[in-house]
Design a protein around this ligand. Structure first.
Ligand code: GDP
Length: 324
């Protein structure tokens, strides 16, 4: 039976009854039509099937070995009897990066395994913004019933930090020789990292990076009022599958610590609030679209440029025109 994208209930039923095609179609539907797909997402929230997957973010500069790690993490999860959904994001390279990474993993043994579902996403072409598309995909994979959801994102800048907020916990991957420890401080990833991995530990300088990250973590303030152990720093040689099983064990331990200390709940609440904010922003833009045509936008910008008005006043004016 084929399921049309326009029928949210049929799609939802397909997803909750384990139909992978319905899942794939629903993800594309949300990516391509952030507007029309809202009833589906709303039905998902009301299905009470959300919040059961462990959502793990994996971030780090290009080439540090994230895909290799992810590939072996999938294998270890499957060996332990868990199903896993994977989202690969490459904000810098919408057409090649994410898709290539996806292909690379898909080429491995995972492609015939029904306990694994892999989806690549580029940043452009997401009308509702990448973090909305990511959040929708996480919700769909969660409702489908995957035990784990891995979100792999390239880079450790602002955009990635935002996407990573979609995860319950985040693994930050660094390697020797890239100056990652400096980047980590600069990008403020210290706060988002729950586990630090120094990959390519077969290369010179790995111990130095481990020591430096440990020192930074020792100096970092803990979470006020919460009894949470300091994030661990692990060493891996991903391409030889060394340290990956230990990483998975560390993920489970950390997840439990976050759960017990209520930080998981705080993060999930924050995620919901972020979704409300994004929906609000999106709804506003949608409602205001008729007032934002190119000619009216041009005269608005010119008024501000010529000192006759200000961005705040124009925003207020638009809201008044539409709602009051
Ligand atoms: P990503 O861009 O972060 O996803 O990195 P990849 O997983 O594509 O890995 C980049 C390259 O590093 C590939 O050629 C891997 O085979 C290699 N690689 C991954 N892990 C290790 C490791 O632990 N040691 C060494 N020497 N190479 C590795």
């Amino acid at each position: 039976m084929s399921i049309s994208s326009g029928d949210p209930l049929a799609l939802l039923n397909g997803i909750t009854s384990g139909q992978r095609r319905a899942l794939a179609r629903a993800i594309s539907f949300c990516e391509n039509s952030p507007d029309e797909s809202r009833p589906l997402i709303s039905a998902l929230y009301r299905s009470k099937r959300l919040g059961r997957s462990k959502v793990v973010g994996i971030t780090g500069s290009p080439g540090v070995g994230k895909s290799t790690l992810t590939g072996f993490l999938i294998r270890h999860l499957r060996t332990r009897g868990y199903s896993v959904g994977v989202i690969l994001i490459d904000p810098s390279s919408p057409f090649t990066g994410g898709a290539l990474l996806g292909d690379r993993i898909r080429m491995s043994e995972s492609n015939t395994d029904t306990g694994v579902f892999i989806r690549s996403m580029g940043s452009r072409g997401h009308l509702g913004g990448l973090s909305l598309a990511t959040q929708d995909t996480v919700s769909l994979l969660d409702a489908f019933g995957f035990d784990y959801i891995l979100i792999e994102t390239v880079g450790i800048g602002q955009a990635e930090t935002e996407i990573v907020k979609t995860a319950d916990l985040t693994v930050v991957v660094a390697v020797p020789g890239l100056g990652d420890e400096i980047q980590i401080i600069k990008a403020g990833v210290m706060e988002i990292g729950d586990i630090f991995v120094v990959n390519k530990a077969d290369k010179d300088g790995a111990e130095k990076v481990i020591t430096e990250i440990n020192m930074m973590l020792d100096m970092a303030p803990g979470v006020p009022g919460k009894d949470l152990p300091r994030p661990p720093v692990l060493r891996c040689i991903a391409n030889r599958d060394q340290g990956v099983s230990e990483l998975l064990t560390a993920v489970d331990e950390r997840w439990l610590q976050l759960d017990i200390s209520d930080i998981l709940l705080v993060r999930r609440r924050e995620r919901i609030w972020q979704a409300v904010n994004e929906s609000l922003h999106y709804s506003l833009m949608l409602n205001l679209r008729p007032y934002l045509s190119v000619p009216s936008r041009h005269s608005l910008v010119e008024r501000i440029r010529l000192g006759e008005s200000s961005p705040f006043e124009e925003a207020q004016g638009l809201l008044h025109q539409k709602f009051f």
